[in-house]
Structures are given as structure tokens and as C-alpha cells.
Design a binder for this molecule. Structure first.
Ligand code: GDP
Ligand code: ZN
Length: 302
């Protein structure tokens, strides 16, 4: 498995050890077979002890980012990610459901399963209400506190035996959680976040870190610039996967769950089966996607 790449050098995790490899000449030529962090590759060991990447194995998933309102400019971040773990904090910074939902939506748009972590539970009394919208939506939710070690074993179980990406706002404790679980894991989280805040583009590629026995954690600056993600209007509802259990019951096949009569999503909110915040996030993101899809309509007055 490719752990990282720097220039033309790849760090590969292979049978319990890490070795370096370069691309075989022929592979270098074909643009479509770009090797991504997370890729499973076939190596050829040369007699001088060096290795070359011969072939890229089939991918279970590809984590991508793209620019709003554009279909061009898609960048592949990592291959074979199994799950996106969206982390937020109860306080400092305050839990912000609409922001957390942006992260869950990006993951869902990539076709990746989501789990939610509510961190810094030591700072508020009613921390358990924060994760409830996601429990209702069917996502695994873990409540954690680094100083109290609350939920740390649950989080370890969540991360073990698969490749996870931790995403979420700056300062919520992503690197603190990982360091508490596995001291010595050297993540770039803090430094990268600082750069992202200053608005500069980072071109640093993703890195995989081994976690526990069979797990991997992807450290990817590209995923934190959540504002840079663009969804087409028709993709927004699918990025709220829990909606699917009700949408067949909407009176109109093309219901957008806005003001239409007989909307089963609105009914689910009324019954308490769906959190109001999820519907609000959906409507906000649909509106943004529509704006991005028709930039010429913005600010037009007639
Ligand atoms: P990241 O940007 O998401 O990686 O956040 P950091 O791991 O850098 O943490 C940001 C700040 O929150 C640091 O000062 C941490 O010590 C603090 N912090 C992290 N987890 C907790 C927690 O569970 N409780 C409290 N009270 N503080 C935390
Ligand atoms: Zn509807």
C-alpha cells in the first residue's frame, strides 16, 4: 500500500515493513494510471535491492475534491479510503451542526461511509444531544474527551482495521485524539490548518499513517478546505443518505423537499425521525449548489 509520495519517490507499506519505490518507466507514461496514496500496488524488486511499482491494483474508492460549480479540476486525494470520520467539538470551537453537515456531505458525495465524533465533551454538560441528529441518521457516533479519556476505546475500535480520514473544523482536536490513541503518530494537522486559515493554497499531498494493527489514518490537507467543494444540485439530496428511506413517499417524484405539499422529509422532521438541522443543512446546500450552477443569475435584478 502506498503511504506517501514525494516527487517521484513512493513510500510503500509491504509485509510489515516500509520501503521506497519509484515508478516503472512504462507506468509513468500513461496519464490515467496515476498512483495515489492508498493504492495497492505490485512491486518488482530489482537485483540492486531497489523496487519499482509495476501495476496499480483495483480501487475500492477514490477520495476527490473539486471546485464549486465546475466539473473540471477534479483532484484525486487518496485511494481505498474506507471511512470519513467527521470530528467536531462541543465547545472551543462551539458545535456547529451546519458546518459538521458540510463535512458529512463531502464524504457522502464521495460514496464513503461516515462516522461522527463529538469531542471535548468535558467542556459541556449536555454533550449527548449534539450527536443525536447523526444517530438518527444512522451514522456511528462517538463522544470523546481527551483529558478524561472518554470514548477513547470506542474511537480506537472505529479506526482499527480500515483506512479512515479524520476531517472537521480546525481546533476541534483531531490531532489530539489521534496522538492520545497512538503517541508518536506525527500528523501535520495543526501546521496545515494554520496555512489553510491564511487562505494560501496547499499543494501537499495526502499521507497514510499506520494505526494500530491493521488500520490506516489518512492525513490530507486537501480535505480540510471544505469550502472548495462543489456539488451539482441534483447530487445534494443523495449526499444526505438517510433521506432515501423517506423520499419514495414524497407526493412528487421530483420533490426537492422545499415547499412542496406532501413532502415525506418534512413529515419525518415533524415526527422527530429526522433532525431539523439536517433538513436545514440540505436546503442551504441545495441553494448554494443552485447558485454555483448558475453564476450568471447571482445578483441579477430585473
Ligand atoms: P485539530 O486542529 O482538530 O487537530 O485540533 P488540535 O488537536 O490541535 O486541538 C486543538 C486544541 O483543543 C488543543 O489546545 C487541544 O489541547 C484542545 N483539545 C483537544 N481535545 C480536547 C478535549 O477533548 N477537551 C479539551 N478540553 N480540549 C481539547
Ligand atoms: Zn420531499
Amino acid at each position: 500500500m502506498v503511504l506517501s509520495k514525494t516527487g517521484g519517490r513512493y513510500r510503500i507499506f509491504c509485509q510489515g515493513t516500509v520501503l521506497e519505490a519509484s515508478l516503472r518507466g512504462r507506468l509513468k507514461q500513461s496519464a490515467g494510471s496515476q498512483v495515489l496514496v492508498g493504492d495497492e500496488v505490485v512491486l518488482h524488486r530489482l537485483s540492486d535491492g531497489t523496487s519499482t511499482i509495476e501495476r496499480v491494483g483495483p480501487r475500492r474508492s477514490v477520495l476527490k475534491r473539486r471546485s464549486p460549480g465546475r466539473t473540471r479540476g477534479v483532484r484525486h486525494i487518496a485511494a481505498n479510503v474506507d471511512r470519513v470520520v467527521v470530528v467536531g467539538s462541543a465547545r472551543h470551537p462551539m458545535w456547529d451542526a451546519s458546518l459538521i453537515d458540510r463535512f458529512t456531505v463531502v464524504a457522502a458525495a464521495n460514496g464513503l461511509p461516515v462516522a461522527v465524533v463529538v469531542n471535548k465533551c468535558d467542556l459541556v454538560v449536555e454533550w449527548d444531544v449534539l450527536g443525536r441528529p447523526y444517530e438518527k441518521a444512522g451514522y456511528p457516533v462517538v463522544y470523546t474527551s481527551v483529558p478524561n479519556r472518554q470514548g477513547m476505546e470506542d474511537l480506537r475500535r472505529l479506526l482499527e482495521n480500515q483506512a479512515s480520514v479524520l476531517s472537521g473544523p480546525t481546533g476541534v482536536g483531531k490531532s489530539s485524539l489521534l496522538n492520545a490513541l497512538q503517541p508518536g503518530l506525527r500528523l501535520r494537522t495543526a501546521a496545515v490548518s494554520k496555512r489553510a486559515r491564511s487562505g494560501r493554497h496547499t499543494t501537499v499531498s495526502a499521507e497514510m499513517h499506520r494505526f494500530g494493527q491493521g488500520g490506516f489514518v489518512v492525513d490530507s490537507p486537501g480535505l480540510r478546505d471544505i469550502g472548495l467543494w462543489g456539488l451539482e444540485p441534483r447530487e445534494v439530496a443523495a449526499a444526505f443518505p438517510e433521506f432515501a428511506q423517506w423520499t419514495a413517499d414524497c407526493r412528487f417524484d421530483n420533490c426537492r423537499h422545499l415547499q412542496e405539499p406532501g413532502c415525506a422529509i418534512v413529515e419525518a422532521v415533524t415526527r422527530g425521525d429526522l433532525a431539523t438541522s439536517r433538513l436545514e443543512s440540505y436546503r442551504q446546500m441545495l441553494s448554494e449548489a443552485q447558485q454555483a450552477a448558475r453564476p450568471w443569475a447571482r445578483g441579477k435584478t430585473r
